[in-house]
Design a protein around this ligand. Structure first.
Ligand SMILES: Nc1nc2c(ncn2[C@@H]2O[C@H](COP(=O)(O)OP(=O)(O)OP(=O)(O)O)[C@@H](O)[C@H]2O)c(=O)[nH]1
Ligand SMILES: [Mg+2]
Length: 287
């Protein structure tokens, strides 16, 4: 690599990593200078220079061990630096912003009974399972919008989904997803009619082609499905009804351990969901 490339790469790194790599570089250069000097004056090698050479060799061996361990930690350093990116996605009015506020334990996002409340991406950072999490609330995805601002919001939602390691899909338990396209932000955005106009606003900077490409690259993120508002599910005469999760499980859209039924209003099911989420962000798996 050129010096310029190295400088740029270091610039993009967080402080801790940068210090680590710079320290390695210094040590390597030191050992190299030492070894070169020893070679130059090799003729009059004595016990001192032999011991010094052994020291340099040991130091390089030790560095190699450190680098191996660093490479073997599977990019955890990256996650520790930037936080796990989690995007909250789903149809309007499902309770996405309510869930964000619940997780953040503060009213970070506006909540209202009218569909289409959130347009901009609202982000909070929190700690889950001991790791920093960058949680993004997004505009509700729907196919029949004719509001250019709402459409712009949906494009931002899809772009957020694209960058997330974990997609947190939230649905009203009374209207669960039915097809895999219901859990696909890029597909939802591709359906938006007249998304040219929405894109033309310059928010995501560019032509329809750019926008479509940037959302089409997505996929591959881990996915969780939350059925919210279970408090509104009609209970049968004996107080029981088919669990809202049954239909979704039957459709095989997500495996059982990725499906949660809860109510942000009553708190029912929230602790279990939080515990599972904490575990998942520690070990996000790409399917
Ligand atoms: N009964 C009940 N109402 C809820 C629950 N969670 C959220 N709500 C209500 O549902 C409405 C919509 O909530 P929001 O959090 O704004 O929904 P959203 O998904 O962010 O909606 P958009 O921003 O429009 O996409 C609000 O009136 C909330 O108070 C719940 O568990 N039970
Ligand atoms: Mg919202």
């Amino acid at each position: 690599d050129t010096d310029e490339q190295r400088r740029q790469a270091l610039q993009q790194m967080g402080g801790a990593q940068k210090r680590q790599y710079e320290a390695w570089r210094e040590q390597l250069l030191g050992s190299l200078a030492y070894t070169e000097a020893l070679i130059d004056f090799g003729e009059d090698a004595d016990d001192v220079t032999t011991a010094a050479l052994r020291h340099a060799v040991e130091q390089v061996g030790d560095l190699r061990g450190q680098m191996r361990r660093r490479l073997a930690d599977g990019g955890r350093g990256e996650v520790v630096r930037e936080g796990v990116r989690v995007a909250i996605l789903g149809p309007p009015n499902a309770g996405k912003s309510t869930l964000l506020n619940e997780l953040a334990q503060r009213p970070a996002a506006i909540v209202s009974p009218s569909a289409g409340t959130t347009r901009d991406v609202v982000q909070v950072t929190l700690e889950l399972g001991g790791l920093p999490v960058l949680l993004s609330d997004t505009a509700g995805l729907r196919r029949d919008s004719d509001d250019p601002i709402e459409m712009q919001g949906m494009l931002r939602a899809a772009s957020e989904a694209n960058q997330a390691q974990l997609e947190l899909w939230v649905f009203d338990a009374r209207a669960p997803p039915e097809a895999s396209s219901d859990l696909d932000a890029a597909a939802a955005v591709a359906m938006i009619e007249g998304s040219d106009e929405a894109l033309g606003d310059g928010g995501s900077g560019g032509s329809r082609a750019d926008g479509a490409a940037s959302v089409a690259e997505g996929g591959g993120a881990d996915r969780l499905l939350v059925l919210n508002k279970v408090d509104l599910i009609e209970r049968g005469p004996e107080g029981v009804s088919a669990p809202p999760t049954a239909a979704v499980l039957a459709s095989g859209l997500v495996p059982p351990e990725r499906l949660f039924a809860l109510s942000c209003a009553t708190g029912e099911g929230v602790p279990g969901f939080l515990a599972a989420l904490g575990k998942l962000v520690q070990a996000p798996q790409r399917p």
